[in-house]
Write a protein that binds this ligand. Sequence first.
Ligand code: AMP
Ligand code: GLY
Length: 438
Amino acid sequence: MCPDDGRRDMAKVLLIGSGGREHALGWKLSQSEQVTEVHYAPGNGGTAGGKGRNIPIDGSKKENFDAIAAWIQKEEIGLTVVGPEAPLAEGIVDFLHEKGIHDVFGPIQAAARLEEDKFFSFDIMQELGIPQAEGIKCHNINEAITAIKEQSSKDGVVIKARGLTGGKGVKVCDSAQEAIDFLEEHKSRFGHEILISERMFGQEFSVFGICDGEDVLTLPVAFQDHKPVFDGDKGPNTGGMGAYGPAPIAPPEVIEEVHRRVMEPIVKAFAQRGTPYCGFLYAGMMMTETGPRVIEFNVRFGDPECQPAMMLLEDDLYDLLKKATAGTLKGHALRCRDGHACCVVLASKGYPGAVTKGLKIQGIEEADALDGVKVFHAGTCLESTELLTSGGRVLGVTSTGEGDFRSVQQQAYKAVACIDTEGGFHFRRDIGAKAHTL
Ligand code: AMP
Ligand code: GLY
């Protein structure tokens, strides 16, 4: 330690990923006085500028892990944060540890199985008595068909592929027959290993924690995502069309229950197994008639929940994540500002199907200039000075304020109205509508 040398506490941060979540994490990290630069590997059209710098390495791909390690060493990066699940499942954290790089925030491969492997997460919840849907693990289609007949009720049944499928491995069915027909038609998508689950009902909400291997600090605000592409939760599932918080379905006592019955037991179990969990922990929850139950775990922050969450988080994120990598979070708590935040995703027309890329985007500056508004980029790129679309989810237009939720929601839509592209964006007009029903 060298208390007289202020530079010792200054650091460069490296963020792996290129989505709206990474832009929001980097935006929040760059507010820390201790952070001099935030490098994005590779980032997007909105992440460079200010403290932000895009580097030409896609750190989410396994073939680039060596290049990432070399960058961390050359640039003397003080903290690396892994945004998406794919590199975590591929073992990027273990790889960096083996290279002697330990200031890395994200779970090791053995802990990342919690998201990657639905059999593993089902078993661990069963073992710990964490409330979840009933389920049967199947190893071939015939077993799955028998399980569907057994597990389905008049309310239907859910089919889940065991591994990561980029959000396409879950099908909620209204009847056993629909499930059997669907499975036979999409055999290759689901593979041989399938979890057949009870269908639960209720509003969904997302709870997030920061884990240091022994302890978890749970965010005192829960968020609600909007996965289906159209208003009224219609149409195919997407990565998420918008999110807001605090979600009134999960008041503080519910979050406390999720912390005690879900988040803490998971982190303690990984510590006991000798595979400590350091990283964000995301519990996808459903408020059922029998109380909150887990739908799934993710081993990263939610996208788009991260955008409103970063606007509400009061603490210095760099300080928290640094403490997490050092295993010293115990005794701390996460604090959120009073008020609300709301993120509306602007997507390319056709999303979640095929989309046209390379369209010019206008109006971001006007939107950003509105009170309490920040536009986070996802599928954007810069070509010389021109900002273009480059993916399905393009922007996360996010607002925050201390007023009532309705005014924050209206401000987000006012910002949305400033932004345009050739042919227009697709977005949902009902982000946060569930907040008004409770
Ligand atoms: P997952 O990828 O496991 O989060 O599932 C995607 C979506 O499918 C969830 O956000 C829920 O809307 C739905 N889902 C998954 N499991 C269940 C379940 N057991 N009962 C009802 N809906 C479910
Ligand atoms: N908000 C959904 C997800 O991040 O998976």
